[in-house]
Design a protein around this ligand. Structure first.
Ligand SMILES: [Zn+2]
Length: 139
């Protein structure tokens, strides 16, 4: 039967896309009918000898896929600029919290000014920047 398979169009990216869609919707109620139609379309296209028409379909699909892809890219970029301040804000808050954990907060024994020192440095000679009194603080 070599003649039967002669000059048949075969399977292209559009057919693969249709197969993927049919597999995807197969599980949805009553959509197996659409699934079946898509599979039939794939088979008909594969055995078609009208390669000009089939190539045209593939080109239109390719153009459509590219515009959809570009649309996703644009939406992604837009969402990125929209949510960038929020993401940066969260990032900063996390960094500030991490910084806080590395510091000891305490009050100056002379003037009650709020001071901070790095955690875990042992005994430190501190001069209060507000009242300029010196004292020893264990961190
Ligand atoms: Zn002080």
């Amino acid at each position: 039967m070599p003649e039967f398979f002669d000059r048949r169009y075969g399977v292209d990216s559009f057919s693969l896309f249709l197969l993927a869609v049919s597999a995807f919707i197969l599980g949805i109620h009553y959509m197996w009918i659409v699934s079946l139609v898509l599979i039939v379309a794939v088979v008909v296209r594969a055995f078609s000898r009208d390669t000009v028409a089939r190539t045209g379909e593939r080109r239109r699909f390719s153009r459509f896929a590219h515009s959809v892809g570009y649309g996703f890219y644009r939406v992604g970029k837009w969402l990125y600029t929209l949510f960038r301040p929020v993401v940066l804000g969260i990032k900063n808050a996390i960094q500030r919290a991490a910084q806080k954990r590395k510091q000891v907060l305490f009050s100056c024994p002379y003037c009650e000014a709020k001071l901070r020192l790095p955690r875990g440095r042992g005994k430190l000679a501190v001069t209060c920047p507000v009242c300029h009194q010196s004292f020893i603080k264990t961190t």
